[in-house]
Ligand binder design. Structure first.
Ligand code: FDA
Length: 305
């Protein structure tokens, strides 16, 4: 799976296009708005349906990564609001936005600050996984910070062959792991090719996380995909092991497969929707569109209508 790069629009160019695209009902369905209040309003509605929320802030990469207080600020603000309102929200962060690519030690400091504030909840903080070239750096920061902050979880990508070994090394630590298919360009040799091969690897990883030793170690297994066939296989597998409904946790994007999300929640399975907000939402949104070209037609109809 190789996706086009998101556009890197800046300033007025981005605001103009952003304003145009934002009018579409499809965008509003996926991105409730740019502000934290918009995201929290969506989380409140989700909570009423029994669906939790993972908030992800989409800001521009830090202008000055050395200003660690400024880099941490949006996340601390989100945590304070989540905790004040008692919302069932978790947070997901991209280490590139915390300045990982400039200096890993500074990024680690910012993540520590975020995790320390999250511990007051406690609120789980997820570490997103980005491009393959950044996997080692992300794992390094994650492992070091996780030693002091047990509420830090990690996303791993099923399209990467190495993820089997990464999962094995993390299971004894009892980590919260969110498995996704993966959405960045990957080097041919490092990745599985084709939907079937990626879904099969996803299933094997999921089955491994549901195994008795992983559960005994305290692993929290999260399956973040809209592939309901794959989710069905994982759910059947959890059932065949005699596991309770809490073992099958599903995360999706806000607005995708809404009926399925609601059904799972009604049946008592843990479900979360990823809610994005922040001024850099457009590049993220274009990536999501690229994942499902059929959405383009709906977007165009919304813009022209
Ligand atoms: P796939 O793309 O095969 O789609 C399965 C079916 O779901 C499709 O046939 C389509 O019908 C439907 N579908 C998929 N996307 C849709 C959309 N946007 N709109 C409508 N229908 C859609 N990636 C990453 O590399 N690092 C990360 O940290 C994360 N984090 C993350 C968190 C959460 C909560 C989710 C849901 C996803 C991510 N991802 C991610 C993205 C992930 O890697 C992947 O690119 C997308 O989830 C799309 O792949 P699917 O697993 O849904 O399968």
């Amino acid at each position: 799976m190789s996706l086009p790069r998101p556009p890197s629009l800046r300033g007025p160019e981005r605001r103009g296009l952003g304003a145009l695209v934002r009018r579409s009902a499809l965008v509003r369905r996926f991105v409730p708005g740019e502000t934290l209040d918009d995201a929290l309003a969506a989380a409140t509605l989700q909570a009423a349906l029994g669906i939790g929320t993972t908030l992800t802030y989409l800001g521009d990469p830090p202008r000055d990564p050395a200003d660690t207080a400024a880099v941490a600020q949006p996340y601390l603000e989100a945590l304070d609001s989540i905790q004040e309102r008692g919302l069932p929200c978790e947070l997901s962060v991209k280490l590139s936005q915390l300045g990982r690519d400039a200096r890993a030690d500074r990024c680690e400091g910012v993540l520590e600050t975020i995790c320390a504030r999250a511990a007051r909840g406690p609120t789980v903080v997820w570490t997103d996984m980005e491009a393959p070239a950044a996997v080692d750096a992300t794992l390094g920061v994650f492992r070091r910070v996780r030693e002091r902050h047990p509420h830090l979880g990690l996303c791993l990508q099923a399209y990467l062959r190495r993820t089997t070994a990464d999962v094995e090394s993390l299971i004894p630590l009892g980590v919260a792991l969110r498995i996704v298919k993966g959405s960045y360009r990957q080097p041919r040799a490092a990745a599985y090719r084709g939907r079937r091969a990626i879904a099969d690897h996803f299933f094997r990883l999921g089955a491994r996380l549901l195994a008795s030793d992983a559960r005994a170690a305290g692993v929290r297994a999260v399956f973040a995909t809209h592939d309901v066939g794959l989710l069905g296989r994982l759910r059947d597998h959890a059932r065949s092991l005699g596991l309770g409904r809490d073992a099958f946790e599903c995360h999706m994007l806000l607005g995708v497969r809404r009926g399925y999300q609601r059904r799972l929640a009604t049946e008592g399975y843990p479900v979360r929707a990823l809610v994005s907000y922040g001024e850099a939402w457009l590049a993220w949104y274009v990536r999501r569109l690229a994942e499902r070209p059929a959405n383009l037609g709906v977007l165009l109809r919304g813009l022209l209508g």
